[in-house]
Design a protein around this ligand. Structure first.
Ligand code: FE
Length: 281
């Protein structure tokens, strides 16, 4: 069995998005800096309301899925389909833009700490124009598995229970077969996870640091993993909190214009035309 090594590090950089939300972007900070099928990864973490209060007023998406995961703080999602979702600390939102969605993502708090993530995961060509869908996942619906020296929350895919049976997260059955875990480890403790050998996989420590073999990965950097059937991670001397993401690569052309991600330029032109004409959704 091949254990994955740390292949490459992509540091996050500070950017501003939405109506002036300060965040750190790793994947997606420049065109082409993607990990098929992952298009973007943002982390927002601030105690200062000025950094987040403006939020993300109404904006469109087409052609992919957006996933938001909160550690602390509250967001309100509203979309053109009439969905209203209150995203709480420990909760997640899995939104399939499909052919089109227009939504807003606004902080529901005037003060205090906001800490969370949003990543974008691509849809295969055959699913880019499917109807939009939205799923609110409350904190209590994300299974927590205690492990030696830590714990794992399972949002998508599954981990092994101590008896070897799978513990599945709430998100299942997508064609990219995503695995999305939030892992906490005490100093020096180890986490091991089986993955499909050919799937794209990476780590993103948000607290402390991790080691993959002898390679160190500090916080706020994407650690891209080589191919292999197993991921082995050891927490650094301050312990670690990290996201582990993996999914089946699509191997299709990616043409992106802001919030539209399609396979060809013509499809992007169409998305822009549809948005202007009010027929995106
Ligand atoms: Fe959005």
């Amino acid at each position: 069995m091949t254990t994955r090594s740390l292949h490459k590090i992509i540091p996050s950089i500070p950017v501003s998005d939405g109506a002036g939300v300060k965040l750190r972007r790793s994947l997606g900070q420049s065109q082409g800096l993607r990990l098929d099928p992952f298009l973007m990864l943002d982390e927002f973490a601030s105690d200062n309301p000025d950094d987040y209060i403006a939020g993300f007023p109404a904006h469109p998406h087409r052609g992919f899925e957006t996933v938001t995961y909160m550690l602390e703080g509250d967001f309100l999602h509203e979309d053109h389909l009439g969905h209203k979702g209150h995203l709480r600390g420990g909760g997640a939102q899995w939104m399939t833009a499909g052919r089109g969605i227009i939504h807003s993502e606004m902080p529901l708090q005037q003060s205090g700490r906001l800490h969370g993530f949003q990543f974008w995961i691509n849809l295969p060509a055959a699913e880019k124009m499917k109807p939009a869908a939205y799923r609110d996942i409350q904190p209590e619906d994300i299974p927590l598995q205690q492990i030696a020296g830590g714990s794992v929350r399972v949002v998508a895919g599954s981990v092994a229970r101590p008896d070897g049976q799978p513990l599945p997260g709430p998100i299942q059955g997508l064609s990219t077969a995503p695995l999305f875990l939030d892992v906490r480890l005490d100093a020096g403790q180890r986490f091991s996870q089986a993955v499909d050998a050919g799937h794209t996989a990476f780590l993103y420590p948000y607290a402390g640091s991790v080691n993959v073999g002898t390679a160190a990965l500090p916080a706020r950097q994407v650690g891209v993993l080589s191919a292999g059937e197993r991921i082995e991670v050891t927490a650094g001397s301050d312990g670690a909190g990290f996201l582990l993401l993996a999914a089946r690569p699509l191997g299709e052309a990616v043409v992106q214009y802001g919030p539209f991600v399609m396979n060809t330029r013509e499809e992007i032109e169409q998305a822009l035309d549809d948005y202007r004409a009010g027929t995106l959704t």
